[in-house]
Ligand binder design. Structure first.
Ligand code: NAD
Length: 470
């Protein structure tokens, strides 16, 4: 059993601290955010992650897990220090490593001669070369003669299923510079029934970015296939199903949508692209992945604009879903939040509902021209249109008849389904004008072609011949 210090108690650090304590280690979670630490100590989780509160509280009770705002206290006698602070996107697209550098400095300042050997492990997603710099910084600030190593151990958990992902990971990646550090990590993770990829620091750092980049690429790929399906009259959902049975392809990350968001994919793809430019390599594929992702959201909004016009004053629109994906309260870089902003920018009155992300969204969006509803049926009361923006299970199971009634009487009612959650036949049978993504609904193929023509992509002749085919 190890004495472990986890720095940063966010989605990765808090889940990690709880799981490591559950494995029998003695764990201290450290965060500079005093409110966060006070909340956790009271048993209130600062983030929504299914099952997390139970594991945290159980381990606090047995004394295996504690929290502090003092790094000096947290890292006292530790065998392992895990850095789990944020690495957000900077203005240039590169990862902002200021939190990592600050932590490295503070670790160094608190390492004293005579302290036991410790491995400083970066779990945060960091560009190639970061761990080497962490080592230099620690060395610079630590007392002469302290014994430590650095290691890269990127985290692959997905929000919404973070606990399972950490306990039953597909693989553990460990980048080290020597046997001594590797032995510590082998002992720590050895009980897991998962392969361990042992490599150097730079390779471990690259594995994390390459993994997120391929997932983002799959999403952009299926979104482009969806664009083609809308024009050509195919159904992207069934295309993905047909592709997904092929084990070489797999069904995961082939869901058409309004584009990927969240605290990882956008910043990690951008950071990897930035790394490639710094290495004098033009990573063309990644550039397209980002471009496609941006245009996917605009494509969705264009459909709404086509119906209501640029000026949406007097229109009421409900947005169901604000989190960047289901089963989380995380709204960082959420496309749903961006869409709410755009609709509001066009003058629409917007009502919103999300099962978990209301508090975070209110903080982000404010109260002007937005109604924060108690539930999905209150959100849709008397609106002209409903947008489904996050794939929550409760939206999938929405009662279509109840939705129809809640939206009031006599006018035309629209559903813009950004996740293809609803059953098109049922929704249309109820009388809704339904717009999905990646399949033809409501003849919008024509207006898509018109838009392409305006952008100069298709000629009038091609447009005519396409329209003639329908
Ligand atoms: N969220 C995910 O799904 C996920 C998955 C895999 C990897 N990652 C990576 O893990 C890292 C952390 O992500 P997150 O989502 O947990 O971030 P987060 O923003 O939820 O949490 C980071 C925490 O670090 C704390 N912190 C910042 N500076 C500190 C300091 N000097 N001392 C102590 N605490 C400090 C912050 O207060 C915050 O609580 C990022 O690099 C991210 O890319 C995230």
């Amino acid at each position: 059993m190890k004495k472990v210090c986890v720095i940063g108690t966010g989605y990765v650090g808090l889940v990690g601290a709880a799981v490591f304590a559950d494995w029998g280690n003695s764990v201290v979670g450290v965060d500079i955010d005093e409110k966060k630490i006070a909340k956790i100590e009271e048993g209130i989780m600062p983030i929504y992650e299914p099952g997390l509160d139970e594991v945290v509280l159980r381990n606090i009770k047995t004394g295996k897990l504690s929290f502090t705002t003092s790094l000096a206290e947290g890292m006292k006698d530790a065998d392992m220090i895990l850095i789990c602070v944020g690495t957000p996107m900077s203005d240039t697209g590169a990862a902002d490593l200021s939190y990592v550098w600050a932590v490295a400095k503070e670790i160094g300042q608190n390492l004293k001669k005579g302290d036991k050997y410790v491995v400083i492990i970066t779990k945060s997603t960091v560009p190639v070369g970061t761990n080497e710099r962490v080592k230099q910084i620690v060395r610079e600030y630590a007392e002469e003669g302290v014994e430590f190593d650095v290691a890269s151990n990127p985290e692959f958990l997905a929000e919404g299923r973070a606990l399972e992902d950490m306990k039953e990971t597909d693989r553990t990646v460990v980048g080290t510079e020597n046997e001594r550090a590797l032995t510590v990590l082998r002992e720590f993770y050895g009980h897991l029934d998962a392969p361990m990829v042992e490599c150097d620091l730079r390779t471990a750092e690259m594995i994390k970015y390459a993994s997120n980049a391929i997932l983002a690429t799959k999403i952009s790929f299926i979104n482009e296939i969806g664009q083609l399906c809308e024009r050509a009259g195919a159904d992207v959902g069934l295309v993905a199903k047909g592709m997904g049975y092929d084990k070489r392809i797999g069904r995961h990350f082939l869901n058409v949508s309004i584009g990927y968001g969240g605290s990882c994919f956008p910043k990690d793809v951008a950071a990897l692209y930035k790394t490639s430019t710094e290495e004098a390599y033009d990573f063309k594929l990644l550039r397209s992945v980002m471009e496609v992702n941006d245009s996917q959201m605009h494509h969705f909004v264009r459909k709404i604009r086509k119906v209501f016009g640029i000026n949406m004053e007097g229109k009421k629109i409900a947005c169901l879903g604000l989190a960047f994906k289901a089963d989380t309260d995380d709204i960082r870089d959420s496309k749903a939040i961006k869409i709410v902003r755009e609709l509001r920018g066009h003058g629409a009155t917007v009502s919103v509902y999300d099962p978990q992300a209301m508090e975070n969204s209110r903080r982000e969006l404010g109260d002007k021209d937005i109604t924060y509803a108690e539930d999905m049926y209150s959100a849709v009361k008397d609106v002209d249109a409903v947008c489904i923006l996050t794939e929550w299970g409760e939206f999938k199971n929405i009662d279509i008849e109840k939705l129809w009634r809640a939206m009031g009487s006599s006018k035309r009612k629209f559903v813009f389904d950004g996740r293809n959650l609803l059953d098109q036949k049922k929704v249309e049978a109820q009388g809704f004008t339904y717009f999905a993504v990646g399949k033809r609904t409501n003849g919008y193929n024509e207006f898509l072609l018109e838009d392409e023509e305006k952008r100069g992509f298709v000629t009038t002749a091609l447009l005519k011949s396409q329209n003639g085919k329908k």
